[in-house]
Design a protein around this ligand. Structure first.
Ligand SMILES: *[C@@H]1O[C@H](CO)[C@@H](O)[C@H](O)[C@H]1NC(C)=O
Ligand SMILES: *[C@@H]1O[C@H](CO)[C@@H](O)[C@H](O)[C@H]1NC(C)=O
Length: 501
């Protein structure tokens, strides 16, 4: 078999020199040190003889490949120009074969690569007069793993449990799995060797399953030789927990003959509760109340809904109920107190009403006293204990009825301003924050005391008795929550007031 394309052929002198040189360097067989193949795919193990036998008298008589794995040597491919080609380990199979049948190119092709193909391959040329010339290639078989990560639904609890699992299946070599997470969990890794020589790596992320961990995202990071960069798979945790229920929408203004009132059963939970059951503490729902899933629609407010409503929400994990006390009024609640401030608002309204009535009586009495003292225009003579309502506390009433001395105390007029603008006493509670500062522009209790110390008139004494209550109340209206303490004692009231200013 000739080799027409030989480099030594054209220029004899140069060729001889070159060929001698290469003979000295003895790099006759050209192979790759390492070849990487992928499981199931085709791999090429290149091998060439560097020079032809022409001009150097080197004659190759046979080529073959020897595979060595675990100390065991096997002849896997052989070619002889006269005997032909043969593959001793897999006779009759087309999986292993020479790329071409040649004494210069012994490149071997292995298809449908197996893990068992991995090993050290020696490409050998039987050459005269050199003897055997070898080239050694290491074949590495890799398998690209299939990576997945998913949450593992787990019930809320006190014991550590796997909340996410990340799998790198059928990889070779085994993948390395780590987790990125802000949660205080830890991972446990297990490996399974598969029949085809690949490895499946599984990492469980373990955590004490809390309500807070639900919905949190963690990331599985897989590093593998076949991946140019680590693969990141995010996982959103799913911790199952029973419903968290509250009844919303109660405006504390359910009055008789009101047309429509709606309560909403608001429930969180994992999975989200979809089943709601409405009832009352005294049994099933009244006729006028209609349950529409999480909503309860009361078509007509009557005394039958003057009760405690129960909403029960159910999900896969549990059943939780909550109650709401409904108070049915005879008349609409004009204070407009919200659901949250309802109780406090009611309390303040009651105290204000009481205080206003008391003030009314005091002022009326004072006015009567003045009138009795003067006796000129006292023809009609109002009764000694005139009930407060007829005794109008409006601006007009005061200007008409008040004696001249009353006008010299501006406090009186100023203090009633908020009430008179609303036209009724209850208006005090409705005082908005914008109105509130007006009270505090007034002289403080101490200032007033200092000013009136010299000779307190009987009127001033009365007002001083009234003022703390009023001041406290006006303050209460502005700051509902804090109001309860200041009313308790004068001292506490002064302190709170200072804090507010
Ligand atoms: C998880 O880590 C904690 C400390 O960080 C340790 O106390 C606990 O034993 C670990 N759990 C497992 C299953 O390794
Ligand atoms: C609702 O019940 C309360 C006592 O629970 C009662 O004071 C109130 O008068 C009732 N309302 C009506 C409109 O009957």
């Amino acid at each position: 078999m000739g080799a027409p394309g030989s480099p030594c052929a054209p220029l004899l002198l140069l060729t001889l020199l070159g060929c001698l040189l290469s003979a000295v360097l003895a790099e006759w067989v050209k192979v790759q040190d390492e070849v990487t193949g992928y499981l199931g795919q085709e791999v090429i193990l290149p091998c060439h003889f560097a020079a032809t036998n022409q001009g150097t008298n080197i004659q190759v008589s046979q080529v073959n490949w020897v595979k060595e794995t675990g100390g065991k040597k096997q002849n896997v491919a052989v070619y002889h120009p006269k005997q032909g080609h043969y593959y001793p380990t897999e006779p009759g199979s087309d999986r292993i074969h020479f790329r071409t049948l040649s004494l210069e190119d012994a490149t071997l092709i292995i298809s449908r690569l197996l893990v068992s193909d991995e090993g050290t391959y020696t490409c050998r040329f039987a050459a005269y007069p050199l003897g055997d010339e070898d080239g050694v290639t290491n074949l590495v078989v890799l398998a690209k793993p299939t990576n997945t990560a998913k949450p593992q639904e787990v019930k809320i609890g006190n014991l550590e449990a796997p909340v996410a699992v990340c799998t790198s299946a059928n990889g070779r070599p085994p993948a390395r799995i780590t987790w990125q997470s802000d949660l205080n969990g830890n991972a446990s890794v297990s490996e399974v060797a598969n029949a085809d020589g690949t490895v499946t790596v599984t990492s469980q992320y373990r955590l004490v399953p809390t309500r807070e961990a639900n919905g949190k995202s963690i990331t599985c990071v897989i590093e593998h030789k076949t991946l140019p960069q680590p693969e990141s798979i995010p996982v959103t945790l799913s911790i199952l927990y029973p419903p968290e229920v509250s009844i919303e929408g109660y405006d504390d203004n359910w009055y008789l003959s009101r047309n429509e009132a709606v309560l909403v059963c608001s429930a969180k939970g994992n999975p989200l509760p979809t089943e709601f059951t409405w009832s009352t503490t005294s049994g099933p729902l009244p006729k006028t109340a209609v349950a529409q899933g999480s909503r309860l629609v009361v078509r007509n407010v009557d005394t039958s809904v003057n009760t405690t409503f129960i909403c029960q929400a159910t999900n896969r994990v549990g059943q939780v109920s909550t109650e709401l006390v409904v108070f049915v009024r005879d008349k609409p609640n004009l204070d407009g107190a919200g659901t949250t401030g309802g109780i406090i608002g009611g309390l303040i309204a009651a105290i204000v009403a009481l205080a206003v009535v008391a003030t009314g009586i005091l002022i009326c009495r004072q006015q009567q006293k003045n009138r009795m003292e003067r006796e000129d225009d006292d023809l009609e003579g109002p009764p000694a204990y005139k009930p407060p309502p007829p005794c109008q506390l409006s601006d007009e009433g005061q200007q008409v009825n008040s004696p001249p001395e009353a006008e010299s105390t501006p406090l009186k007029t100023l203090f009633f301003e908020p009430s008179t603008t609303d036209g009724h006493f209850g208006g005090v509670t409705a005082t908005t924050m914008e109105e509130a500062p007006r009270y505090h522009e007034l002289p403080t209790l101490e200032e007033r005391e200092a000013a009136g110390n010299a000779a307190p008139s009987p009127e001033d004494e009365y007002l001083d008795q009234i003022n703390p209550i009023y001041d406290a109340l006006s303050f209460a209206a502005a700051e509902e929550e804090m109001a309860l303490t200041p009313i308790a004692t004068d001292k506490a009231f002064v302190m709170s007031r200072a804090m507010y200013v």
